[in-house]
Write a protein that binds this ligand. Structure first.
Ligand code: ATP
Ligand code: MG
Length: 554
């Protein structure tokens, strides 16, 4: 039995519960129908979690079906990346991957059926005329001059269309519905157009391609989908979805149910805009860690569990809304707080020489990998005469609130000794180049015996064993919450969305693997980038610590 108690409840699940209780259905069949014209984004993840999640919870099936009716905008790389992303999120589709193009023959035959019934006709209006004839919300449309052509003639014309006898744009096949309908989509919508395009699945077999609205409902019905879940912009099109299925010979009529899209602050979600970011080289690609794509989030260090948790928290409704970026960030932080081993890395290094420590003495200190989870074990951390600390962790003068190193006062190096800052070395321009400190030998795991005050705890890396590393500190890609509302969203790119820093990491990180998350103490959560190698370590910042540095104090 499904684990009923842990199922999220929403209006769609209530409809399904009622359909199962009434015996309308005895099993649930859903589908996720992406168009392979871009990478999937976090909005798609909401739809994936909904469709696959429902199938899982009701012990039903969910198909993955590529909605591939626009061959010019689609390609096989997108087909592959989408499959990878769905799998990575942790979902398995039922049977083989499906394509709307699998049904091109059937769709063609259904179109012929509509023509035979006098419910579709070949129209020779060009785009501009068609717009003019369509009317608008206050004016009914006008009938196409060929609306009443005989069935025989239309059958011959459609056959000629299929055989390549017409040029692109010269004619189209339209459903004969109602030119005065208050739903614009019902004013004799185009269901087939001429397109001499090579298709990634069907090659050059077709020179006519079915339109989305015609294809989608029939594909759903052919697959025995029970509940066809889509976003709110298809609300009006539901009339067309139902009209087509009611007027062809098919023994399945799925129910279309609409829910609101996910909108996320500080992000754009339309594939067209994401494509622009890639083409204009604002980002390095679809999987740039600043992109809201699944591939980008993955490279950034998000886990599948964090994205599924996010989908669960935002829920499913019919209300349009915008989710705060911090809601997504909270999900990954919570996941990584318990899962990510701790490590030390210094992003902006300042050399510290410990004058009373032996010049060639290295000792290996035991450091727990997680402060609250002993089962994660510990590692050996070298300590020596020269260490790096972060520049921001030292001031020549500061008041008591500054819990880091100050000249003539004391601070603890995390998991190591208390040091005292004795002297500041500067270059000719007055920049600090080095600190001379002394360490208190008896302070390993102990407070100073003389009762002196230690301001706080800072992170560090021993110099001779330190691994040079690049840190890519990512932030929000946009500087305003709603970039899509701008006239040109490219004008509101956050100039600090990526800061690259060259610093040092502790030696245990030489084995850092892609997608292994770490909490770099007091810095944030990081993971090795896929470009990282043993000779050049590169870490991506997934997300900062909630409360920059106070939060991680021991
Ligand atoms: P875009 O507007 O980003 O180009 P789309 O709707 O054209 O998206 P499709 O590939 O057709 O993209 O989408 C596949 C499925 O994912 C559809 O069922 C669609 O409704 C759903 N989907 C797309 N964007 C979102 C979103 N932001 N929130 C929830 N579901 C979405
Ligand atoms: Mg679409």
């Amino acid at each position: 039995m499904a684990d009923v108690e842990h199922r999220p409840s929403n209006f769609i699940r209530q409809i399904i519960d009622a359909d199962l209780a009434s015996g309308k259905h005895n099993a649930v069949q859903t589908r996720f129908p992406p168009e392979p014209n871009g990478f999937l984004h976090i909005g798609h993840a909401k739809s994936i979690c909904l469709n696959f999640g429902i199938a899982e919870d009701y012990q039903g099936q969910c198909n993955l079906r590529f909605d591939d009716t626009n061959p010019e905008k689609e390609n096989i790389d997108f087909v592959n990346s989408i499959q990878q992303d769905v799998n990575w999120l942790g979902f398995a589709w039922s049977g083989k991957v499906r394509y709307s193009s699998d049904y091109f023959d059937a769709l063609h035959d259904f179109a012929v059926e509509l023509v035979s019934k006098g419910l579709a006709y070949v129209c020779f209006l060009n785009n501009e005329q068609m717009r003019e004839y369509r009317g608008n919300l206050t004016q009914p449309g006008k009938n196409s001059p060929t609306r009443d052509t005989s069935v025989e003639e239309n059958l011959a014309l459609f056959a000629k269309m299929r055989a390549g006898g017409f040029k692109e744009g010269e004619c189209s096949l339209r459903a004969k519905i109602d030119m005065s309908s208050s739903f614009m989509c019902m004013r004799d919508p185009v269901i087939y157009r001429v397109k001499f395009a090579h298709h990634h699945q069907t090659g050059d077999k077709w020179c006519i391609y079915p339109m989305y609205d015609f294809t989608h409902c029939i594909s759903d019905a052919l697959e025995g989908i029970t509940h066809s879940l889509c976003t709110l912009e298809f609300q009006d099109n539901r009339r067309l979805y139902d009209w087509i299925l009611d007027n062809i010979t098919i023994n399945c009529h799925p129910q279309q149910i609409e829910f609101s899209r996910l909108n996320l602050e500080f992000a754009v979600m339309s594939k067209r805009k994401l494509q622009t970011l890639v083409e204009q080289k604002v980002v390095t690609g679809w999987d740039d860690p600043r992109m809201p794509t699944i591939a980008g989030l993955r490279r950034r260090g998000y886990t599948p569990a964090s994205i599924r948790e996010f989908a669960k928290r935002i829920g499913v409704t019919k209300q349009d809304n915008v989710i705060e970026m911090s809601a997504l960030e909270a999900c990954i932080r919570e996941d990584l707080d318990s899962a990510a081993p701790r490590a030390m890395a210094v992003l902006d290094p300042l050399k510290v020489t410990i004058t009373n420590y032996p010049a060639d003495g290295i000792e290996w200190l035991d450091s727990p990998n997680h402060p609250k989870d002993d089962s994660m074990g510990s590692r050996k951390l070298p300590f020596g005469q020269v260490v790096y600390i972060d520049r921001a962790d030292f001031k020549e003068e500061a008041n008591k609130k500054y819990k880091r190193l100050v000249l003539n006062s004391d601070v603890r190096l995390r998991n190591a000794y208390v040091i005292h800052a004795d002297e500041v070395i500067k270059d000719n321009d007055g920049n600090i180049t080095e600190l001379k400190c002394s360490y208190l030998p008896e302070t390993l795991g102990e407070n100073p015996a003389d009762g002196r005050k230690v301001r706080g705890v800072i992170h560090w890396v021993e110099a001779t064993n330190a691994l040079p590393a690049e840190f890519r500190v990512y932030d929000r890609l946009f500087s305003v919450a709603n970039p899509a509302a701008e006239e040109d969203f490219l004008t509101v790119i956050n100039p600090e969305s990526l800061l690259i820093k060259q610093g040092f990491a502790e030696p245990s990180l030489h084995t850092a693997l892609t997608e292994q998350a770490y909490q770099f103490e007091r810095e944030g959560y990081y993971c090795a980038d896929r470009d990282s190698s043993a000779s050049k370590l590169i870490f991506n910042r997934t997300v900062g610590l909630r409360d920059s540095w106070g939060n991680s104090e021991q």
